[in-house]
Design a binder for this molecule. Structure first.
Ligand code: ATP
Length: 288
């Protein structure tokens, strides 16, 4: 009898979960890029009409080879382009229905978008705790909610008084993401969080990213070259090349796509090819 009750409870929870997920899908996207063009230094055209739609509450992966324009896309969203003499010269970026292209980075952070840059930017001379406090100007309350941060990163609590320069690569990446969480973002932009980390550390980090998404409802846009790890946690994926989206779809569909298997998963039938060699491979561009 007790067993039957538990089973029924599970069925109800599953139905609830499906209803919640479907209503998320039906909602307005949290972020839309519509035909966005980006130019650096007034004449270097990098994004050439890029369109994306990011579902609220999702994890979306943005994949592509070196130089495709992935980091530029994130900088266009967060406003950091300006610091590199870049500009959105055409199209729109809408966050919660409001145009935000070419706004200054602090205004964009205050709206709820936080960008964790490639290469784990932390203040190496400051301790873990001081790094978090230094991010408190981004917090809606002006303070750091340490319980909230350390719930996701218990390792950082253990290393609270250690200078960031002495942390391992994985811990520095955790600190970079923890600093972003101080701002209590609605949308987190992560640029290659797995870069240079050992597979075990990447697994741990991606587990935390998934928890943050599920438990806090924070939408995540994730740039990765390591498609396999991104596919583990993402719901939807975009693939870009040369400043444009060339393919997009649910992760379950992308996983089965032959081109994705060949160029991004390093697999094609029995022959294996890693991503680095795929980059130099003379491509059959079936996506155009
Ligand atoms: P990677 O994985 O190598 O970081 P990416 O897909 O993120 O590649 P971007 O860093 O966005 O690509 O670079 C896209 C193109 O824009 C490259 O050709 C790059 O040289 C150029 N670019 C990037 N930043 C600037 C800048 N500040 N000024 C001029 N050109 C730039």
């Amino acid at each position: 009898m007790a067993r039957k009750v538990v089973t029924e409870q599970r069925v109800v929870e599953k139905v609830d979960y499906e209803i919640r997920r479907k209503s998320i899908v039906k909602e307005e996207p949290i972020l839309e890029l519509n035909n966005v063009e980006v130019v650096y230094d007034k004449y270097i055209l990098v994004l050439k009409g890029l369109s994306m739609s990011i579902r609220r509450g999702s994890i979306t992966a943005l994949l592509g080879p070196n130089g495709a324009g992935k980091s530029t896309t994130l900088k266009a969203i967060s406003g950091l382009l300006k610091l590199e003499r870049g500009e959105v010269t055409r199209g729109h970026i809408r966050f919660n229905g409001e145009n935000i292209e070419n706004r200054d980075p602090l205004t964009i952070v205050r709206k709820g978008i936080v960008h964790v840059l490639e290469n784990r930017h932390v203040f190496e001379e400051l301790t873990v705790k001081e790094n978090l406090v230094a991010a408190s100007y981004l917090s809606p309350t002006g303070e750091v909610d340490f319980d909230y941060i350390y719930n996701y990163f218990p390792q950082l609590k253990l290393r609270e008084n250690v200078r960031a320069g002495y942390l391992s690569g994985g811990e520095q990446q955790m600190l970079a993401i923890a600093r972003a969480l101080v701002a209590k973002p609605k949308l987190l932009l992560l640029d290659e969080p797995s870069l240079g980390l050992a597979p075990k550390v990447v697994d741990e980090l991606y587990g935390i990213i998934k928890r943050i998404n599920e438990e806090e409802g924070i939408t995540i846009l994730l740039v990765e070259q390591n498609a396999a790890v991104a596919f583990e946690i993402a719901d939807y994926g975009y693939i870009m090349e040369n400043g444009r989206i060339v393919l997009d779809g649910e992760i379950s569909e992308l996983r089965e796509n032959e081109d994705v298997k060949e160029f991004y998963m390093g697999l094609k039938g029995s022959s294996r090819k890693n991503f680095r060699s795929a980059k130099y491979y003379k491509r059959k561009k079936r996506w155009y």
